[in-house]
Design a protein around this ligand. Structure first.
Ligand code: ADP
Length: 185
């Protein structure tokens, strides 16, 4: 059965780790817009060049750079069986776009997973990770952008009855076990 999952959760919440693991378990693609953008930067594509400044500042990349990318990716054959979206949608406009796209291609979102982690734990984790955009100023801005633009999606999906929140401040295996229980009835 096709399964559509979205991982919300702040930067550093561990959503990437869990999304990769669960995609593997369910044998469906893990689709991370952050990974796609970092790949575009590494490849020196036009998209990468346009996205880099925003990412370095911890801002969202403009929607028009992201929406077509998602539409194309969800149209791939391997996404027919389901998908896990990690890092998309990130604002209400992207969520509305996704809902419309899914109606058009006959898919739906089954669960939206929110991993809850206290801010101070997040800053600690991101500083330890050391990615190009993991310096303190950028991290603070990403958390602000998350609170202002992405956190409102929780209410959006709560209203659709799809939101599932869990404590992200526990061992990776414990979170993975809760997730598997949820999606493998
Ligand atoms: P994190 O989980 O630490 O926030 P991501 O890899 O998801 O890391 O995202 C890194 C950066 O990529 C974001 O700060 C943003 O600039 C850009 N980005 C990723 N996904 C999106 C998106 N859906 N819309 C706009 N910008 C995005």
């Amino acid at each position: 059965m096709a399964k559509g999952l979205i991982f919300l959760g702040a930067p550093g919440s561990g959503k990437g780790t869990q999304a990769v693991g669960l995609a593997d378990t369910l044998a469906i693609p893990h689709i991370s817009t952050g990974d796609m953008l970092r790949q575009a930067i590494a490849d020196g594509t036009g998209l990468g060049n346009q996205a880099k400044g925003y990412m370095d500042r911890g801002e969202l990349v403009p929607d028009q750079l992201i929406l077509g990318l998602i539409e194309e990716r969800l149209g791939h054959k391997d996404a027919k069986a389901g998908w896990i979206l990690d890092g998309f949608p990130r604002n209400v406009n992207q969520a509305i776009f996704l809902d419309e796209l899914l109606v058009n291609i006959g898919h739906r979102t089954h669960w939206v997973i929110n991993l809850k982690v206290p801010d101070e734990v997040i800053v600690e984790r991101l500083l330890a990770r050391g990615r190009a955009d993991d310096n303190e100023a950028t991290i603070r801005n990403r958390l602000l952008v998350y609170t202002e633009q992405t956190a409102p999606l929780m209410a959006y999906y709560q209203e659709q009855g799809k939101l599932y929140s869990l404590d992200g401040n526990q061992p990776v295996e414990a979170i993975a076990a809760s997730l598997e229980k949820l999606v493998k009835p």
